[in-house]
Every structure is written in structure tokens, then in C-alpha cells.
Ligand binder design. Structure first.
Ligand code: NAD
Length: 476
């Protein structure tokens, strides 16, 4: 078993440890025990990181696609070699199962490899002009980014914040979540060991509001990339607006799942239960509101509850565990309150609805049915292991419920009717839609939301375009 590493920040390639700095205790969510102390950035640390990011951008914007691809390919190779260590560290600090953490490493490798290829495809355009004149559109890296990554995918979120900007020729100051710093540092270390100049990507930690205010107040930062809650996204968006920095916002969701009478019920249930309780439900694209057509409602509720009850909850490092703890004590409190409020409002509990064990942050896989629309859990993102199953009369009512909330990240539908599939694809307000599947992402596919779920994309060519700016050059 791996030892949890000593923590630091990485500024200009230098490991900055705690001496003289405030620190934050990182806990193992399976036990509640302290793993290590994380140093928090001072204002001087952040100023230094900004100066370095400015020089890193001057350097990296001139790099060739070959250089950028070599770094991303090399980092992917190192990640493959270090997969087991990185996955175990992620489990220790975040709680998910080892199997899930290994998949997260694999997805990050895929993303770096995709962007290693994509960096060669930053094309421009030549416009038609009279002889003797020439007009071109060229794409340039947007500039240094401030990138804030949350704790739910401790490997994948930092990987996303680094991969596309590096492929585009930007520099990045990454502030990953203070709950899960070691995974982020391991991802960055792969890039540095693969030859990324140290000024191009750095990692700081701190009091989130202090760090974001400091970085976004600097004219060095030209873009903000944030993944997290809608409330924090709004706050950061306002800070970025003052400096007219570009933004990519990957915010909350409340995944509607429309299940019609003609669905393949067993396949739907197997897929949806696995997807619901993946990462203990702490996934922005988690299926949350199960909007089920009248005729299969009872069978769906029974099948869902039976499968949820059978899930083995435990320490993510134990081979038998299928669901780990929640990431921190805040989440247990939040989920428990939402469930209790729903029950008081008249929802029916099929299974779960309670904390598990007397140490760590475990919560039972929970299924609620007949949940009143007014209950808070039907409106606020639960971000935990809670499924909400309600009955609807027909397609029109189901689509209306699917679009009821101001969120629009992922939506899902289960139906074998191809004409209906097309209507749903046209009418559901979401950035990503899975029809008869829960696989809604991939290195080559744009990942992002609409409405309060944010704007812009990560992954795919769209994620690279979001790190580029167009310049029109006209020659007479
Ligand atoms: P939170 O809203 O306090 O924080 C969410 C994330 O934003 C955390 O990673 C946090 O470190 C970061 N953050 C908070 N304030 C910040 C600031 N001023 N500047 C920069 N970063 C800041 O909530 P939390 O308790 O950590 O997480 C719970 C909620 O966050 C969930 O209910 C969910 O809606 C949302 N969340 C979403 C995602 C996602 O993938 N979209 C991931 C994690 C959390």
C-alpha cells in the first residue's frame, strides 16, 4: 500500500512546503483521520506564481505542436506507469473505490493523448481577397489561465484544467481542491517529468476565496476555468467580469432521466444504478430525477431499490467495496438534511436514508419515491447517493419535468422508439444527452452545460478552441 505523500505547492517547478505558512489538514474520508498538512499560499506566493505564469506564457506560446505533443504523450506514458500509485492516493484523500480511481487515471491518459494529437490541428483560415491582398484568421493561445478544480474527480479535474491549455500554448495556475491535493500534484508532476517547462504549469492551494480574488484581480490572468457549484461559479464569474477575463464554467446539474414504458427495463436499471452511485453520487452529470412513465413505475422503483440495497458500501481500498464514503463531513450533513426534508414533505423512503458506521463519512445508497416537486432535493443539486423517482402520465409531462429546473448539464432517456428519441434530442435542454446509455463523455466529445450549469466546454476540439483566440490579419 502506498504512503500518502508529503504535500507542497509547485511554483516554478519548486516544491513549496509549509514552513511559516498556514496549513490545511487533509483527511481520509473513509476514516476521518488526518493524512497530512497542506501548505496554503500567501499573497507573496500568489504574486510569484503570477510572475512565473506570465513568463511561462511568453515561452510556451512560441512552442511547436511537436513540443507540446511530446510533453502530453510523455505525461500520458508516465501516468500509465504510475497508475497504481496515483489511483491509491486518490482513494486515500477522496474516498472513491480503487476501481473507479483506476478508470479516472485511464480517462486522463486518454485526454492527454487526444490533446497531443489535437494540438497539430490548430488551423487558421485564408479569406478570399482581390489579387495583391491577403486576409487570414490565425488562432493564438488566450494567455495565462487561473484554473480551479474540485475534489470529486481528483485526477480527472486537474487533468482537464491542464491538458487543453497546454495543448493550446497557454500557461496555467492550477488551484485544485484543498481536500484532494496529492492527486493533482501527481498529475502535474507527470507533465513536469515529461519535460513541461516549470513556468508553464504551477499548483497553488489556499483559502479558495483569497486565491481566486488575488489571481483574478491580476491583469496577467486572461482566462478563468472553473468546475464547481453554480453559486461559486456566479461569484467567480463576477470577479472575472471586472477584469474582462474569458470564462469556462462547468457548474452544477440535476440530471433528469426519462424512462418510458418501452425501455429495456433491466438494462436501464443495471446501467442507471451503477451510474447513480458511482463516486457515491458526487458527480455533476449524475442521474438524479428519475422521471418514469406510469406503466413501468412500480417495476422501476422495485428494481432500483433492490439493486441499491445490494451495493456494498465501504472503504474504497477494500476490494469488495462498490461505493465509498462521501468526500467530506459537509457532504454527509448536506445529504442527510435534504433527505430528511424530503421525507417530511411526504416522500417515501425505499432504502437508505441514513449515515453508515461510526467513523468516516459514509451514507447509505438512498432511494426516495413520490417526492413532492417542492421538496428542496427536487430543486437543489443533491451531489450524493440519492435517487428521486417520480411517476408521470406521458411524454409531454416528462419533457416538461426534464426541463423544469434552471440547470442543463446532463440528461438521459430510455426508450426504444426512434421517433421519440429524435423529439427528446431536440427538446431536452442539456449540454449532454445519453439515450439508452450513461456514457456521455469521452476525450473527443465536448463536455459542458447550458443555463445555470455553465457555459463553454472542456474536452474535444471545443475544449481546445476555448483556450484559443482568433486574430484577423489583413495585408494590402
Ligand atoms: P463549494 O460550493 O464550497 O465548492 C465547490 C468547489 O469550488 C470546491 O472545489 C471548492 O474548493 C471550490 N471553491 C469554493 N469557493 C471558491 C472560490 N471562492 N474560489 C475558487 N474555488 C472555490 O461546495 P463543496 O461543499 O466543496 O461542494 C458541494 C457542491 O459543489 C455540490 O453540491 C456541487 O453542487 C458542487 N460541486 C460540483 C462539482 C462539479 O463537478 N460540477 C464538483 C464538486 C462540487
Amino acid at each position: 500500500m502506498i504512503q500518502y505523500p508529503k504535500l507542497s505547492m509547485i511554483i516554478d517547478g519548486e516544491r513549496i512546503s509549509g514552513e511559516g505558512r498556514r496549513t490545511h489538514a487533509v483527511l481520509n474520508p473513509a476514516t476521518g483521520e488526518r493524512l497530512a498538512e497542506l501548505p496554503l499560499a500567501s499573497a507573496e506566493d500568489l504574486d510569484r506564481a503570477l510572475d512565473v505564469a506570465a513568463s511561462g506564457f511568453r515561452l510556451w506560446r512560441k512552442s511547436s505542436p511537436q513540443e507540446r505533443a511530446a510533453v502530453l504523450q510523455g505525461a500520458a506514458r508516465l501516468m500509465r506507469e504510475r497508475c497504481e500509485d496515483i489511483a491509491q492516493v486518490a482513494v486515500l484523500e477522496q474516498g472513491k473505490t480503487l476501481a473507479e480511481a483506476r478508470i479516472e487515471v485511464a480517462m486522463n491518459i486518454g485526454l492527454f493523448e487526444f490533446y497531443a494529437g489535437e494540438t497539430f490541428r490548430i488551423y487558421g483560415r485564408t479569406l478570399v481577397r482581390p489579387e495583391g491582398m491577403r486576409s487570414t484568421v490565425q488562432y493564438e493561445p488566450v494567455g495565462p489561465l487561473a484554473a480551479f478544480a474540485p475534489w470529486n474527480f481528483p485526477i480527472g479535474n486537474p487533468g482537464r484544467k491542464l491538458g487543453a491549455p497546454i495543448a493550446a500554448g497557454c500557461s496555467v495556475i492550477l488551484k485544485a481542491a484543498e481536500e484532494t491535493p496529492a492527486s493533482a500534484l501527481a498529475v502535474l508532476q507527470c507533465l513536469l517529468d515529461a519535460g513541461l517547462p516549470p513556468s508553464v504549469a504551477q499548483a497553488v492551494f489556499g483559502v479558495p476565496d483569497e486565491v481566486s480574488r488575488h489571481l483574478l484581480a491580476s491583469p496577467v490572468i486572461r482566462k478563468l476555468s472553473f468546475t464547481g457549484s453554480t453559486a461559486v461559479g456566479r461569484h467567480l464569474g463576477a470577479l472575472a467580469a471586472a477584469g474582462l477575463q474569458r470564462t469556462t464554467m462547468e457548474l452544477g446539474g440535476h440530471g433528469p432521466v426519462l424512462v418510458f414504458e418501452d425501455a429495456d427495463l433491466d438494462r436501464a436499471l443495471d446501467t442507471l444504478v451503477a451510474q447513480k452511485y458511482r463516486n457515491a453520487g458526487q458527480v455533476c452529470v449524475s442521474p438524479t430525477r428519475f422521471i418514469v412513465e406510469d406503466g413501468i413505475f412500480e417495476a422501476f422503483c422495485d428494481g432500483f431499490a433492490e439493486r441499491a440495497k445490494a451495493l456494498k458500501v465501504g472503504d474504497g481500498l477494500a476490494p469488495a467495496s462498490q461505493v465509498g464514503p462521501l468526500a467530506n463531513a459537509r457532504r454527509v450533513e448536506a445529504i442527510d438534511t435534504l433527505v430528511k426534508e424530503a421525507l417530511e414533505a411526504g416522500a417515501r423512503l425505499e432504502t437508505g436514508g441514513e449515515r453508515l458506521g461510526n467513523r468516516g463519512f459514509f451514507y447509505a445508497p438512498t432511494v426516495l419515491r413520490d417526492v413532492p416537486t417542492a421538496a428542496r432535493v427536487m430543486n437543489d443539486e443533491p451531489f450524493g447517493p440519492v435517487a428521486l423517482i417520480n411517476r408521470y402520465a406521458n411524454e409531454e409531462a416528462m419533457i416538461a419535468e426534464g426541463n423544469r429546473l434552471p440547470y442543463g448539464l446532463a440528461a438521459y432517456a430510455w426508450t426504444q422508439d426512434s421517433a421519440r428519441q429524435k423529439r427528446l434530442a431536440a427538446q431536452l435542454e442539456a449540454g449532454m444527452l445519453g439515450i439508452n446509455t450513461a456514457m456521455i463523455g469521452g476525450a473527443d466529445a465536448p463536455f459542458g452545460g447550458v443555463k445555470w450549469s455553465g457555459h463553454g466546454h472542456e474536452d474535444g476540439p471545443e475544449g481546445l478552441m476555448a483556450c484559443l483566440i482568433a486574430k484577423a490579419v489583413h495585408e494590402g
